[in-house]
Design a protein around this ligand. Sequence first.
Ligand code: ZN
Length: 184
Amino acid sequence: MSSPYTIRIVGDPVLRQRADEVTDIDGRLVKLCEDMVQTMYEAPGLGLAAPQVGVQKRFFVYDLGAGDGSQVLINPVITESDGEWEYYEGCLSVPGMGFDIVRPKQVHVTGIDLDGNEVSFEADELMARLMQHELDHLDGVLLLDHLDDEQRREAKKAIRQRAMAGPEDELPSAEPKRSRFRLR
Ligand code: ZN
């Protein structure tokens, strides 16, 4: 079965806009989350934010594979962050590329789950990274924005070259050499 959604790729303006707060949790949102979870698993990725499938709303789905299944976080906010942690970070919207990026190691996150309950929790390391990365998407921020000038120039060049090669061309060598998890 093919994914319900096509994941939007860097260059798509929808990835650069600030998404709106979710005001209603209804059947439509539940269905959307189910379809996004399927799209995330098939990608495969550990998380997927609504703007990545063209939906300008503040929520994302994720599953770190710890056995809890997929989760949904709506209107998330990072209320505290602490420490520093470097992690080789990738993005389903910036395919085939990854970068060592330093971000806070721990974050405190609040938001709403799909049942409408308020949630509040601490996240560390990979979970904290996922939260920060997905929340960035809701603000129109991509991991490219966390690079220094030289890294960003290189990355943009690679993206342009890939665009010129066309979507039908397979570029197997473009996969990250270090095969850690891709966040989305
Ligand atoms: Zn991403």
